[in-house]
Design a protein around this ligand. Structure first.
Ligand SMILES: Cc1ncc(COP(=O)(O)O)c(C=O)c1O
Length: 386
C-alpha cells in the first residue's frame, strides 16, 4: 500500500505542480514522475543495448495482469491496445451483425464511441439508436438511464454501448443497472471506461460488462496511445479479430510456420509490435495508483470535486454535472450565464497557469489526487465572478 497523503502537492512525484494548476485529467494528463522514469529507462536501455536483457515483455504481461486485477477480470481477458478507439472498433468490427440488429447509445457520447457504431449501421444495415441528454430542474444534464433501457427493450437490440462517465457533462452512469438489464436479455454491453479507470472502482463481473476499452492518458496518468481492452472470455470465439498481423496467433514467434490459429486468449486482438515505451510508462503509473487503492483515490477525487462544484456555484456559474448519489465523477462541468467560455479558459492558461478544458461549449475542470485544496481554492478565486 502507498499513502495517498504523501502524494498530495508532491512536486517530486508530480513535477507538473511546479508550474501549473493542471485540472484537465479528463482530457490528457500530465504524466507522473514514475511514468517519465519508465520512459527514460526505456530510452537508456534502447539506446545502449536495444532490447537485449531488457525484460520489457515480462512487464507487458504484468500490465495485463494488473489491468485484470483493476477491473476484476482474468488475465486472459485483457489485450493491450493503442487507444480506446481500437478496443471499441474491435467490438464493432468483430461482432457478427445481422441486418435489423439494434445498437443503443446516447447522443452525447465521445465520438470514439459513436463513429464505430455509425459505421456498423451503414455497412451492416443495423439500426443505431441515440438517446438524448436531458436537463433537470436545476440545469444539470444527464443521459436518462430509464430511456436507454426503454430503447433497448426492443427485441432486436444486440448491444448497448456507453461511457462510464460522459465526457461533456461528467455524469457517471449506473453501469451495474445497465449491465444487469443486458445480461438478463442476452444483450451485449460495451463500456468506454476511459473516464473512470484508475479513480473509480470498475468491476466487470459485478457490472456485467462484456467489453471494456480505455486508454491510459487520462486518469491512469499514462502517456498517450497505450490502452487496455477487456473481453469476457465467453465472447472470444464469437468476436473475430478485425485486424490480423503476425502476432494474433498461437505460435507467433515461429515465424515461418504460418500456423494461422488464433490465440485462445484476448491477445488474439493484438496484431503486431506493441507500443512498448507507452505500456512501460502505463505499467508504472497504474502500479502507483493500485498501490494507493482505487477506493482511497475515489474518496479524494470526491472531496476535491465537491470543493470545486460548491465553489463554482458560489461564483454564480451554472453547474452542468449531476453530483447526486453515484452520478459524480472526476469532472466538474459548468457554464457562465454571461462570460465567454473560450476567453475564460484562455485567460486562466495565460495569466494564471491554470489548465481546464472547453468541451461542447462548457468549462470542464478535472483534478487528480495530487492536486491540493489550496490549488482549487485559488482556481475558484481567479475565476471571473458574476
Ligand atoms: C469518453 C471518451 N472516450 C474516448 C476518448 C479518447 O479515445 P482514444 O483513447 O481512442 O483517443 C475520450 C477522450 O477524450 C473520451 O472522453
Amino acid at each position: 500500500m502507498r499513502d495517498i497523503e504523501s502524494l498530495i502537492g508532491n512536486r517530486d512525484e508530480f513535477p507538473i505542480l511546479r508550474e501549473w494548476n493542471f485540472f484537465n485529467h479528463a482530457g490528457v494528463t500530465a504524466i507522473a514522475k514514475c511514468g517519465a522514469d519508465a520512459l527514460r529507462a526505456y530510452a537508456a536501455q534502447a539506446e545502449s543495448a536495444a532490447y537485449v536483457g531488457a525484460g520489457w515483455y515480462a512487464q507487458l504481461d504484468e500490465l495485463r495482469a494488473m489491468t485484470a486485477k483493476l477491473i476484476n477480470a482474468h488475465e486472459d481477458e485483457i489485450a493491450l491496445v493503442k487507444n480506446t478507439s481500437e478496443g471499441i472498433a474491435t467490438v464493432a468490427r468483430g461482432v457478427k451483425w445481422n441486418a435489423g440488429d439494434r445498437i443503443v447509445t446516447a447522443s452525447v457520447e465521445y465520438p470514439a464511441n459513436v463513429y464505430p457504431w455509425m459505421d456498423v449501421a451503414r455497412r451492416e444495415n443495423v439500426e443505431l439508436v441515440m438517446v438524448a441528454e436531458e436537463s433537470d430542474t436545476q440545469g444539470r444534464r444527464f443521459v436518462p438511464i430509464d430511456k436507454i433501457l426503454q430503447a433497448a427493450e426492443h427485441p432486436r437490440t444486440r448491444m448497448i454501448a456507453l461511457s462510464h462517465v460522459e465526457f461533456a457533462s461528467g455524469q457517471r452512469l449506473d453501469v451495474a443497472r445497465i449491465g444487469k438489464f443486458c445480461r438478463e436479455r442476452g444483450v451485449l454491453f460495451c463500456l468506454d471506461a476511459i473516464q473512470t479507470l484508475g479513480i473509480i472502482p470498475v468491476d466487470v463481473v459485478a457490472m456485467d460488462v462484456d467489453y471494456l476499452s480505455a486508454d491510459g492518458h487520462k486518469w491512469l496518468l499514462g502517456p498517450e496511445g497505450a490502452g487496455v481492452f477487456y473481453i469476457r472470455r465467453e465472447l472470444l470465439e464469437s468476436t473475430h479479430p478485425p485486424e490480423i498481423g503476425w502476432n494474433n496467433v498461437v505460435h507467433a514467434q515461429d515465424f515461418g510456420s504460418y500456423n494461422f490459429t488464433f490465440r485462445a486468449d484476448a491477445q488474439r486482438y493484438e496484431s503486431g509490435t506493441p507500443n512498448v515505451p507507452g505500456f512501460l510508462a502505463l505499467h508504472a503509473s497504474m502500479q502507483m495508483l493500485m498501490d494507493i487503492g482505487v477506493e482511497n483515490i475515489s474518496r479524494r477525487i470526491k472531496k476535491l470535486t465537491d470543493q470545486l462544484a460548491d465553489g463554482v456555484e458560489a461564483k454564480g456559474y451554472q453547474l452542468i454535472s449531476p453530483r447526486e448519489g453515484e452520478m459524480w465523477s472526476g469532472s466538474v462541468v459548468f457554464v457562465s450565464p454571461t462570460h465567454d467560455h473560450a476567453a475564460v479558459v484562455a485567460k486562466l492558461r495565460k495569466e494564471h497557469k491554470t489548465e481546464v478544458a472547453l468541451r461542447e461549449g462548457r468549462i470542464r475542470c478535472s483534478p487528480h489526487i495530487y492536486n491540493t485544496e489550496a490549488q482549487i481554492a485559488r482556481f475558484i478565486d481567479v475565476l471571473p465572478g458574476h
